[in-house]
Design a protein around this ligand. Structure first.
Ligand SMILES: [Zn+2]
Length: 317
């Protein structure tokens, strides 16, 4: 039974905005494009896994929770997906990488192979999984729950998997995950159906997604390097909108908007960060009229603290 859905990662949303605002000539432009590509691919793989898991039917009680961020011992760890069975908890690490993937055992290694045959080792999902299993086991122990935690690695369907040796950890394509779970042999019932549900609720309560913002700080980019201006909300063009009478017009798709400010304010918090003042708003959006800025900032979604020149705006909770 699905107990927690996945939503689009904040970082992906932020990277999309950052990619639009970073000038092509910027030294980090390529790096940010690659980050965006990786994040998109990762999320795409996770969505594929979630779709496949919709068809899981088992003879035993279970709970599925996608995307959990937990803390244990002051350390944060993120789980792509968790499956609670009566006798164990399975943590799934979902991968989506380009190229052919070659898996070697002893020691367990993951290599990417390009069509030209060049092989490079990539960060082992098994090592990532070990770390997460370790922390989740500790998290459970703190709550007096004694259930073994195991792992599963899945890859997106278009990732060609080649096993040179049989790995010690189960690795399957996303589409095989439902049958893998269906065929689990439940050996000893440690958790009843009610306990599975309680544990799922506790995991959801403790989920504390990490905010990656502001992204300029995270990626070491000066906020002043970003293109100032308002971007179109109807297309993904990176061209700045121009003033056309009382409206703003997108030169790419021709769409006009009277007040395209909320999106820009969201982008401000995701990318630049810091205190949103009238002046910061003008600098970020390229709006030159202080009164227009003031009206834009008197938005019902925003909360004002301080008055006059000291006014600072935040999104209301
Ligand atoms: Zn547009």
């Amino acid at each position: 039974m699905l107990m927690k859905q996945r939503t689009a990662p904040e970082q992906l949303k932020g990277l999309q905005a950052l990619a639009r605002r970073l000038p092509i000539a910027h030294e980090k432009y390529r790096f940010i494009q690659e980050e965006l590509y990786k994040q998109r691919a990762g999320y795409g793989g996770e969505q594929e896994y979630d779709r496949c898991m919709q068809e899981v039917r088992t003879e035993y009680a279970h709970a599925i929770l996608h995307d959990l961020s937990l803390r244990h011992d002051g350390v944060r760890f993120q789980l792509d997906s968790v499956f609670i069975a009566p006798d164990r908890i399975v943590v799934t690490e979902v991968k989506n990488v380009a190229d052919r993937i070659v898996v070697k055992a002893n020691p367990l290694q993951f290599l990417k192979e390009t069509p030209g045959g060049t092989r490079t080792v990539f960060r082992s999902p098994a090592a990532e999984l070990d770390r997460k299993i370790h922390f989740l086991t500790g998290w459970l122990r703190d709550r007096g729950i004694d259930v073994p935690v195991t792992g599963l690695i899945t890859f997106a369907h278009h990732n060609e998997l080649v096993f040179e040796e049989e790995p010690t950890i189960p690795i399957v394509p996303n589409y095989e995950a439902p049958s893998w779970f269906r065929n689990l042999r439940v050996e000893q019932e440690r958790l009843s159906e009610g306990e599975i549900r309680l544990l799922a609720d506790e995991l959801i309560t403790c989920d504390c997604p990490y905010s990656p913002f502001p992204l300029t700080e995270r990626y070491g980019i000066a906020p002043g390097d970003l293109k100032a201006g308002l971007l179109c909300g109807d297309c993904s063009s990176d061209r700045i909108m121009i003033r056309a009478g009382k409206k703003w017009k997108c030169l790419q798709c021709g769409e006009t908007a009277r007040t395209p400010y909320v999106q820009a304010i969201e982008e401000f918090f995701m990318l630049a960060g810091g205190a949103l003042t009238n002046r910061a708003f003008c600098e970020f959006t390229g709006v030159t009229c202080r009164h227009t800025a003031k009206r834009a900032l008197q938005h019902p979604l925003l909360r004002q603290t301080g008055t006059r020149k000291a006014a600072v705006y935040m999104f209301a909770d």
